[in-house]
Design a protein around this ligand. Sequence first.
Ligand code: ADE
Length: 231
Amino acid sequence: MEIDVVTLFPGWFDWFREQRHVANALESGNRLRALDLREHTPLGAGQVDDTPFGGGAGMVLRVDVMDAALRGFYGVDPVELPRQRRVIALTPGGRVLDEQLVSELAAEPALTLLCGRYEGFDERIVQHFCSDAVSIGRYVLAGGELAAMVVCDAVMRKLPGALGHADSAEEESFSAALEGDPEYPHYTRPAEYRGWTVPEVLLSGHHEEIRRWRRARSRERGAAADGPPLS
Ligand code: ADE
C-alpha cells in the first residue's frame, strides 16, 4: 500500500515512520510519504491560506494552493485523482473513523490524506479533490496531522507483516471474531498482586471454558453504552 500525507509539517512524520509496526510495514514494501503542501504554492512567501469570505476567525487553506500541490505531486488535474486513489480530507465534521472504515481503507492500494490547519479547508477542496472526509472524533484538533497519524497507525497495523504475531490482529476489539464487540480483559503474571487476583478460569487450562468466559466478558463490554471505564 502507498500512503501519501499532504501537510504543512512533513517533519512530524519522521518520528512516526520509526515506530515499530510502521517501520515493519514499510520494510514489507509499503510506502508512507509526507508531502509538503508549500512545495508547489503559486503564491509568494509560501502562502497557503487566507481569511474566510463572510468574515470570522482563523484562516482557511486555499483551493488554488491545494490544486497546485496535488497537480505537482501527481501530475494530473486533482479532480481526476479520486478516480485513481482514495483522497481523504481530515476534518472534525467528517465520517467518524471506526474499525469498519479502517478495514475498508487498509484494503485500498493507495491513499492520500490531506491535513487541514487553522479553520480547515476551503470547501471546494473537499468537494472537488476528495473522495472522503474523515474525522477521528467529534472534537477539534489544531490540525489534521495527528488525525492522519491515527488513520495511518490503525490502517498500517492491519497490513501483512506489521504486527509481530500473525494472530495479533485476529481476535482483537471490534473484529469479526468478536462479532464487533470490544476485546475481553487480559491478565499476565503475577497471578496475584497486592491481593488482586486473576479470574480462576484463566488459570484452569480449560480452553473451551476460557473461550466462553472471554466471549461473555467481550459481550458485556459491547453492551455497556460507553464501554468499560478503565480500558
Ligand atoms: N482536524 C482537526 N480536528 C480533527 C478531527 N477531530 N478529526 C480529523 N481531522 C481533524
